[in-house]
Design a protein around this ligand. Structure first.
Ligand code: AMP
Length: 283
């Protein structure tokens, strides 16, 4: 049975009597099987007696002025069903005033990696993500938290923030859950028309082609071209970026396990994806 709570005091009351071995799964709601897989991972981490809290909060601060904050899909009823089926103990849907009580500033230490990839056209996005996660951690004080590899840049930046600020909180990475045609599940997929949805299957195809060609010796520049050419098979896809970086999001070094990261737009919908690639010998 999953308990639905809103305010921080309701959360505290619900936690009374439950285990204090807590794993937090931060989400913006519109829960799908990708989120469910993270909840199951959290449950595995805390065991049957531990407590999994799923936060369900569309954080206004991390959306830019022209982004989709207003129309971002929200459905608490279906979120409760997904959370319950995946084994969450508490679904916590706070209000803005619960997460941002008062106006005290919270300094976020940034570096160049906040400004690349997703940060390039979304100024302030990652500072806002780090801020909200820090506030959620402060309110819940979990033992661990789960984040998806789907948002790879977010995962890496949060991991480093947590290591510095909350070293006792274990950060667990969940693999990306995909649809039958391997498109990564995303709350934003509901915006796609059926033509756009079909074209979006080129995203995982492009990533997998690059992995295959890296094994055949293609170097980084060749791999980026291969990915771009694959994506260009549909004129519904507008490429934002195709990058290959080290696993810490710094430039790739020698013999590195790297990450290919893609962002595209289909109409007004922006989708991201990434996969791991082994670049040994073909930098
Ligand atoms: P969101 O609600 O989109 O902010 O995502 C909440 C968490 O779910 C983040 O840690 C995401 O990386 C993760 N997530 C989103 N999509 C997927 C997916 N397809 N597979 C696994 N995790 C995901």
């Amino acid at each position: 049975m999953t308990i639905l709570v809103h305010s921080n005091s309701e959360l505290r009351t619900a936690l009374n009597g439950l285990s204090n071995n807590i794993c937090l799964v931060p989400t913006m709601g519109a829960l799908h099987e990708g989120h469910a897989s993270l909840i199951k991972l959290a449950k595995k981490y805390v065991g049957s007696t531990g407590c999994v809290i799923v936060s369900d909060f569309v954080n206004p601060k991390q959306f830019g002025v022209n982004e989709d904050f207003e129309k971002y899909p929200r459905n608490l009823d279906s979120d409760l069903i997904v959370a319950q089926n995946a084994g969450a103990n508490i679904l916590w849907a706070p209000d803005v005033k619960d997460v941002y009580p008062g106006q005290w500033p919270l300094e976020v230490e940034t570096d160049l990696r906040f400004e690349i990839l997703e940060g390039r056209n979304r100024p302030g996005h990652f500072s806002a993500v780090i801020e909200v996660v820090t506030r959620l951690f402060d309110i819940v004080q979990p033992n661990a938290a789960v984040f998806g590899e789907k948002d790879f840049q977010q995962l890496i930046l949060i991991k480093e923030m947590a290591n510095k600020r909350n070293p006792k909180i274990g950060i667990i990475a969940g693999p990306t859950r995909r649809d039958k045609d391997e498109l990564a599940l995303s709350s934003r997929n509901v915006y796609l028309s059926s033509d756009q949805r079909n074209a979006a299957a080129l995203i995982p195809q492009a990533l997998k082609l690059a992995i295959k060609e890296s094994k055949n010796g293609a170097n980084v520049e060749m791999l980026k071209s291969i990915v771009k050419n694959k994506l260009k098979e549909s004129d519904l896809i507008e490429i934002d970026y195709v990058e290959i970086l080290g696993n810490d999001l710094n430039a790739i070094g020698a013999n590195e396990n790297a990450r290919i990261l893609i962002a595209v737009k289909l109409g007004d919908t922006r989708l991201i994806d990434n996969m791991s690639v082994q670049l040994k010998g073909n930098l």
